[in-house]
Design a protein around this ligand. Structure first.
Ligand code: FES
Length: 147
């Protein structure tokens, strides 16, 4: 049993065509996944800029999940491949500023993969629980920095 009840906050950037629908399906199937996952819909993961990922951490997220279409199925051809390259770059940037790169992960899904979405969300949450809170949070508090 852990000494406190650290509940990671995870931002999930989900492609409208696949992962967003998969997250919906997971809900409709009553599959359990952590309620602390905040889903943000994107028209395609290719629209995700590295800055959005870094800003999520700056705003206090403990982890970021990026979920795009299966390789070869992106509606914008290579958006998901570009996103993967950006995520790898974001992982390097996080390492450079002292955060674990594995706090951000990318997965590829189809809209029918609600179970995979729920599983991936739970896996990343478990990983972040092992890593602990985002050290960028003020005083280790789990409260977001207000503007
Ligand atoms: Fe889904 Fe590009 S349309 S990742």
């Amino acid at each position: 049993m852990t000494s406190d009840h650290f509940k990671p906050e995870i931002v999930a950037f989900c492609c409208h065509y696949c992962a967003y629908a998969a997250a919906d399906l997971a809900g409709a199937m009553r599959l359990e996944y952590p309620t602390s996952i905040k889903v943000i819909e994107l028209p395609c993961t290719g629209k995700l800029d590295v800055v959005y990922v870094l800003r999520a951490f700056e705003d206090g997220a403990d982890g970021v999940l990026v979920a795009g279409c299966l390789e070869g199925d992106c509606h914008y051809l290579e958006g998901n491949l570009n996103a993967r390259r950006r995520i790898e770059y974001a992982q390097k940037l996080l390492e450079e500023i002292g955060l674990e790169g594995r706090r951000v992960q990318m997965i590829n899904l189809s809209s029918a993969m609600g179970g995979q979405f729920a599983w991936s969300a739970a896996e990343l949450t478990a990983e972040i629980e092992r890593l602990g809170p985002n050290p960028l949070r003020l005083n280790g508090s789990h409260e977001k920095v207000s503007e």
